[in-house]
Every structure is written in C-alpha cells, then in structure tokens.
Design a protein around this ligand. Structure first.
Ligand code: ADP
Ligand code: MG
Length: 647
C-alpha cells in the first residue's frame, strides 16, 4: 500500500476552463464538492491583474471583457510546453494576453499589474488557481489544508505532469499524487456503482471539456481499476466550438456592416462570452440569440443561431472526437460490444449531437449520465486523496492501477526512436536495458557519448518530445580512428504520477559511471520554485492588503453617509458649536474627496480619517450632552452612529 499522509487531504480537478475541489466528508462517508464564495461548485481557471488588485476565479472572468490583455486563462494549454511549440504559437494568436519566449524557450505571460509590467510562467498562474481552490476548501473546513491530489488529462506528457506538480509546490501544497482525469472519473462512477464492482466491467470514459479531450477504457474488477488504453487530444474542447461560432459571427458582422470586429480585442472577448452562452443554450434549446449593445464602433449587434447550424459548423470536430473513440477501442483491442458502460464527463459532453454520435458509435447503447459531468473528476480525485490520507475513515477500499499514455524511449543510430516503455504499460514500472552508443568528438575537444530521452509515438526520435539528455565524457583511446562503441545501461522508472525517472551507466570495461538526467527542458529549477513560493506569498499578502483597504474605504464611506444624514436630516448640525461644525465639515469634505478620488492613497489615510471623524464627533457629543442634557434622545442616534468604526 502507498505511503499515508497526515492531515486533511483535498482532491482538485485543475481544469483548462473550470476547476473543482472536494473533500471526504467524515460524518457522511461521502465526497463533498465544495462551492466557492460565489456559491458555484466550479471556479473559472482564470486570473486577472488590474491597476489595484489581483482577481481569481469568477471575479477574474467577470471583468475579462473590460480588461482582456491582463486576464489570463487557458494556462493549462501552456504548462510544460515550449514557446516555439506549434500548438503554443497557434494559441497565442487567439489569446488577448501577451505571451513571449522566456528563458529556455519557456512561455512567459506578460501583464500589467498596479501600473508595472509583471511576468509569469504557466506554473505560477496555475499555482494561483490551486491556492484559490485550497482557500475554498479551507473556508469550508475551517482548517488549514496541505495535502492534495491533482488531476491532469491522461494525455499529459512527462513535462506537463512535472510542471503541474511544480504549480502545486508553488501554491504551498503537498501534491500526494497526480491522477489522470478519466481514471478519476471512473473512480467516481465506480464508487457510485459500488455494488456492481465485484464482477468485471469495461468502462469507457468520454471526457470532452473546455480545452482538452480524453477517452479511456478501464476495467473494474473486485474494486481494482485498471486503465487499458487512453487516447485524446490536448487541444480539442468547448473553446474550439466557441471559436468557430465567434468566426461565424465575425463574418456575419463583416457582411452586414462592412466592419471587422476582430480588430478589437474587447469586442471579440464580449462576442466570445456571448457565444459560449449561446452554445450552452443550444444544448437544451433549438436556437439561441446573441445581443450585444455597442459591440464595435457603436453598432448594436443582434443575431441568432440554430442548433442545426451549430452542429453543421462543428461536425468536423465532433467526428474527430468519434475517430479518437475508435482509435482507443482499437488500442485496447476491445470490441464495442464488450464495453459495459459509456460514461459522459466534461461540460461539452452535454452537447446533444456529441451524445447522439457517441451513442451511434456504441450501436445505440444507453449512455451513463448518473454522475455530474462537471464534478466527476474532482469527485474521483477526492476519493484518491482520502485513500492516501491517514485520517480519512470509511473510504471504500479501491485500488487504482493506471497506464502510461505515451511511450518513453531513447534515440538510436539513424535517429530512430528506440522504445524503452511502450504506451499503455501499467504503472508504476521499471525497465532496464543495455544499448550500444558511439562516441563523438564534442565542442570541448573531448570524446563524448550523448543519450537523449524522448516521449511520443513517432518513429523518428526528433519528432517526439525531448525530455532530457545524458552526456558522458569518455577518455579517448590513442591511435583509434573509428568511433568506439560504449555499452550504456539504461534504467527507466515511471512512478504512480506517470512521471519518468531515468538513470544511465556507462559500462564499457574500465569506465563505469552512473549519472542522473540533466538538462530537463522547460523544467523549473528548485531555486526558481523557491523564489516563486516567496513571490506567491507576497502576492497573497498584497491581495489581503487590498481587501483590508477596501474594507477601510467602505467603513469610511458608511460613516460619511451616516454623518451626512445626522448633520442634515436629524438636525444635529444645528446643535454643534461653530468650531466643531467647521471641523466636522472639513473632515467630511476631505473624506468625500478621498472616496471620489482614485483611491491610490495608503490604507492608513482612510483609517486615520475615520478615526479623526470619530474623535471629533465623540468630543462634540460630550460638549453638547453637557449643554443639552434634556435632549438625550437625539444622541441615541449619535451613539448608534458612533458604533460604526473600522475593525
Ligand atoms: P475543463 O475540464 O476543460 O476545464 P469542463 O469539463 O469544466 O472543462 O467543461 C467546460 C466546457 O464545457 C466549456 O467550454 C463550457 O462552455 C462547456 N459547457 C458547459 N456546459 C455546457 C452545456 N450545457 N452545453 C455545451 N457546452 C457546455
Ligand atoms: Mg475537465
């Protein structure tokens, strides 16, 4: 059995578009999905920066249209990738925020925060979302949370998994395990069908979310979950359907008004939001309308779209999904008829045409809709978190077995990919092999042997993802003209998170050397992570500071409102001495101009003014009380009023 962790553990579905968090409910022996401060059970994976503050989740998404260049979303598409990656290049064209190539070709997001340029890598933005999910859980549990299981798409490669773990570390979380999303969904489904888990069942998970698409085949027997095959596309989901609809309306606008909305990022963002809404409507209605006032150059844009048109526009993508389903079945060498359950996961699995096509692929089989498609992944992550934590009681004794979604290997002579661990191998696993490599003369006038480690399915190693390399400097043999063969012993281990660890040893007689993999492209160093943890703390402190300032401003605003009422409506003004009246009036004018200004002053300015007002009122009350002792009743109001003070 795995290592057990102390303390509360949460499960987080860190989605491309929405994230979800849950915890094992001890009293009820079940998973509790936790709602955020807005009352929503999923939180947009969105972070925004403004001149005064940082916003996360719903608050960030809600202001996206007015602040598009500083509202960051979709970072899951960037995580663990290089800037020069063609997928990243393509995405950058669609995003309203700026992404540049940072150190080691790492994509770096550039934003304006409090009037200054700030740069973030994807791990940092993801860590902000993870911190938010953790806070949501902490607010619900009323206790600090450290341990978490985080889900990733099954198709995530080694770098993407490592980068997700790094994001967890920056958020100050102890990532107990990375779990594949479809596996988590199967766990959720299996748990609900607990009674039937004794007999062998083949479960097909179809997860079509906002940015990623995953399909998996799992078998469940005696509560053991084994992933048989996975397939998918890290770049296919609801946002693609949104983009197609956006293009459609941009064209319509051009035809109608001879103007190009796409030139204006704010207009485009508003249109995209409206399209997403219309798309959701089309899942239950046969047509949807779009109404956008003054969308571009003062033009009001009204239009509509039918479900049939939406389906026609996206048919290629829907069919692509079904092809992937067939590939996965072929990989698992499984006949459609042997699939017992087809489970729908991800918000986009609600699209009726997708359901219809999927049902046709499975020859009319009824699809399982018993679990909430938005929460299934988080639900499974919670179960795994509970299984791994010492404190959780009455968790069903399930065992999870997963497979690696992509092959791992090394480059061979002729640059061919020599596979060490083929895809769909059960993990954890260790494979050891000895291979012959030839030395070459390197830049430093030394003979060296280079072993390059790749992940992917292409025959040519260069077409796969380079994960890292080993460089052995070997002593040259005098008088030898031809390259010498070296035996290199390679050991590849994949852990439960699907992360690869490699070691290599040069074994040719007289020169044995073990070495750990160097040059892991795109990976953050330990120092960088430590720096980012510190920075994350600073940002968090600034967020807190901003909240306190807003509270101080509101308290002053409230006080001024009541003071105005008291002075005018309740006639207290006429009872004050001229000096006190003047003092109060001038403090109130000062306060009003502070509130109406750009509020850039320090929090202390607002707090101090409130204190000043309170003290002037207090002293004038005392004076009046002496002279007007028979009018105590008026001062009941003043007393009430004086109770309002800044906490
Ligand atoms: P992810 O896991 O990629 O973050 P989710 O599973 O949360 O994504 O799904 C989000 C996507 O689902 C979004 O693109 C959203 O527009 C889409 N979606 C949500 N509800 C519906 C619906 N009723 N009909 C169609 N699409 C929907
Ligand atoms: Mg998802």
């Amino acid at each position: 059995m795995e290592e057990k962790y102390e303390g509360v553990a949460i499960g987080i579905d860190l989605g491309t578009t929405y994230s979800c968090v849950g915890v094992w409910h001890e009293q009820n022996d079940r998973v509790e999905i936790i709602h955020n401060d807005q009352g929503n059970r999923t939180t947009p994976s969105c972070v925004a920066f403004t001149n005064s503050q940082r916003l996360i989740g719903d608050a960030a998404k809600n202001q996206a249209a007015t602040n598009p260049s500083n509202t960051i979303f979709d970072t899951k598409r960037l995580i663990g990738r290089k800037y020069s990656d063609s997928i990243v290049q393509k995405d950058c064209l669609l995003w309203p925020f700026k992404v540049i190539a940072g150190t080691n070709d790492k994509p770096t997001i550039v934003v304006n925060y409090k009037g200054e340029e700030k740069r973030f890598v994807a791990e940092e933005i993801s860590s902000v979302i993870l911190s938010k999910m953790r806070e949501i859980a902490e607010a619900f549990l009323q206790t600090p949370v450290k341990n978490a299981v985080i889900s990733v798409p099954a198709y995530f490669n080694d770098s993407q998994r490592r980068a997700t773990k790094d994001a967890g570390a920056i958020a100050g979380l102890n990532v107990m395990q990375i779990i594949n999303e479809p596996t988590a969904a199967a766990l959720a489904y299996g748990l609900q069908k607990r009674a039937n888990c004794v007999d062998k069942r083949n479960i097909f998970i179809f997860d079509l979310g906002g940015g990623t698409f995953d399909v998996s085949i799992l078998t469940v027997k005696n509560n053991v979950f084994e992933v048989k095959a996975t397939a998918g596309d890290t770049h296919l989901g609801g946002q693609d359907f949104d983009n197609i609809m956006v293009d459609h309306f941009v064209k319509e606008f051009r035809n109608k008004y001879k103007e190009d909305i796409s030139e204006n990022s704010k207009a485009l963002r508003r249109l995209r939001t409206a399209c997403e809404k219309a798309k959701r409507t089309l899942s239950y209605d046969t047509d949807a309308t779009i109404e956008l006032d003054a969308i571009y150059k003062g033009i009001d844009f009204c239009s509509s779209i039918t479900r049939a048109k939406f389906e026609e526009m996206n048919m290629n993508l829907f069919e692509k999904c079904m092809n992937t389903v067939n590939i996965c079945l072929a990989d698992a060498k499984m006949d459609k008829n042997s699939v017992d359950d087809v489970v729908l996961v991800g918000g986009s699995s609600r699209i009726p045409k997708v359901r219809q096509l999927l049902q046709e692929v499975f020859k009319g089989k009824e699809l399982c809709k018993s679990i909430n498609p938005d929460e299934a992944v988080a639900y499974g992550a919670v179960v795994q978190a509970a299984l791994l934590s010492e404190g959780s009681k009455n968790v069903p004794n399930l065992v999870l077995r997963d497979v690696t979604p992509l092959s791992f290997g090394v480059s061979e002579l002729g640059n061919l990919m020599s596979v060490m661990i083929p895809r769909n191998t059960s993990i954890p696993v260790t494979v050891e092999k000895t291979k012959t490599y030839y030395e070459c003369y390197d830049y430093y006038n030394k003979y060296s042997v280079t072993v390059k480690v790749y992940q992917g399915e292409r025959i040519t190693a260069y077409d796969n993802k380079l994960l890292g390399l080993f460089n052995f400097s070997v002593p040259p043999i005098k008088g030898q003209l031809t390259p010498r063969g070296h035996l290199i012993h390679l050991s590849f281990s994949i852990d439960v998170d699907g992360i690869l660890n490699v070691s290599a040893k040069e074994e040719t007689s007289g020169y044995k050397k073990g070495i750990a993999m160097t040059n892991q492209y795109c990976r953050l160093s330990t120092q960088e992570i430590a720096r980012m943890i510190q920075e994350a703390e600073i940002f968090k402190a600034q967020d807190m500071e901003f909240k306190k300032k807003v509270t101080a401003i509101n308290a002053l605003d409230d006080y001024l409102h009541n003071a105005r009422k008291l002075m005018k409506d309740d006639g207290v003004g006429s009872k004050l001495t001229p000096v006190d009246k003047e003092k109060i009036n001038s403090a109130m004018i000062k306060g009003e101009s502070l509130i109406d200004g750009n509020q850039q002053e320090d929090m202390s300015v607002f707090v101090d003014l409130l204190k000043e007002l309170e003290s002037i009122f207090e002293s004038s009350k005392n004076k009046i009380n002496k002279g007007y002792s028979d009018e105590e009743s008026d001062w009941v109001l003043v007393d009430d009023f004086l109770v309002i003070s800044f906490d």
